[in-house]
Ligand binder design. Sequence first.
Ligand code: ATP
Ligand code: MG
Ligand code: MG
Length: 363
Amino acid sequence: MKIVILGNGQLGQMLAQATIRLGHECLLINTRTDQVMPAGAHVPLELSVAEAMQWADVVSWEHEQLDPNHVALAADKLLTDPAKILPLTHRQLEKQLCDDLAIATAPWVAFDTTEQFENALQQWQGKAVIKAASGGYDGKSQWRYDPAAGQKVTDLSATAGKQPGIIEAMIPFHCEVSLVGARAADGRIQCYPLVENVHDRGILSHTFAGLSDFPSHLQQEAETAFCAVTEQLGYVGTLAIEFFVVGQGATAKLLVNEIAPRVHNSGHWTMQGCNVSQFALHVRALTNMPFAPFVVQPSLMVNVIGVDAIPDTLWADAQAAPFWYGKDARPGRKVGHVNFHVSDRQSAEALARTWAPQLQKLA
Ligand code: ATP
Ligand code: MG
Ligand code: MG
């Protein structure tokens, strides 16, 4: 089939690689410049976006911030209705969707004006995280509130209270996990095992896959949420749900943090750690190809953030699979990742301790 991907960042490029490997054809749209790009090169083609859309059998996206012009041109070639994923681009609507589907999230309240923000925060008990309704990623457009530390509500009015958003309870989680999976055009659903994500200052540092002893009910609970969300949205393709795990053992429970209607950084381990990558799964889902049972190898994924290069020792390491996105480095900007095959949790933690500080410059 002929597939057009909206967005030619690293997620678009990795989707394109999977597309080609499965025998399909692929073009990417640079959504900033409105140019049609081949996979793997930054040389635009002499083809208009409208012509690329005409050429395509299926149109999909690497990020959910869609341009209405592109949506109009893609028309029925988008297998997920873009209007249906709008709630996932707006924190208030996303939280409301979870409430409507009876999926547990952190306690929250919405505000639209600075006055509403101040009133709501005055009445808030305990620590809070304030998140702008739209536009945030990698922990940006978020503020912490801790009244016990002497912070005043009005200290945050000009920043956190400046635009519509939510106030959310700060969750003392045991750990953070995510569920990546896909729903195919014909409704089949397949999810990877839950993986454990470690964040540093709001940005994903590393992921442990196949290395956690989660109580077995958590996978079931996560997949129930996945089915409810994707079926409600009529979603086709790979999607990720981030959760907080609260408590441990038999009483552990999941709270949804956020939902990403696309391939996700916490699924990058699947490129080496599973027989079907999250990118291949997305393409299989779009094109109604068969799903295969997942065979998972214990893996560690470490993000490369804000540094100029991946050291030669890692390129020369047989257990490491480095990916470099070809982007200019800026502090806090994701420029690559490294997948490691590991034998056990202890060695994975040792690798993360060694490499995260060397591969990550956050500020
Ligand atoms: P992403 O890059 O994953 O899209 P984001 O900017 O959309 O990130 P969130 O996922 O909402 O932001 O938050 C980033 C991180 O901040 C979380 O993974 C978690 O570590 C921390 N965090 C966010 N909300 C809360 C909360 N209510 N309680 C505790 N920690 C939180
Ligand atoms: Mg987010
Ligand atoms: Mg997140």
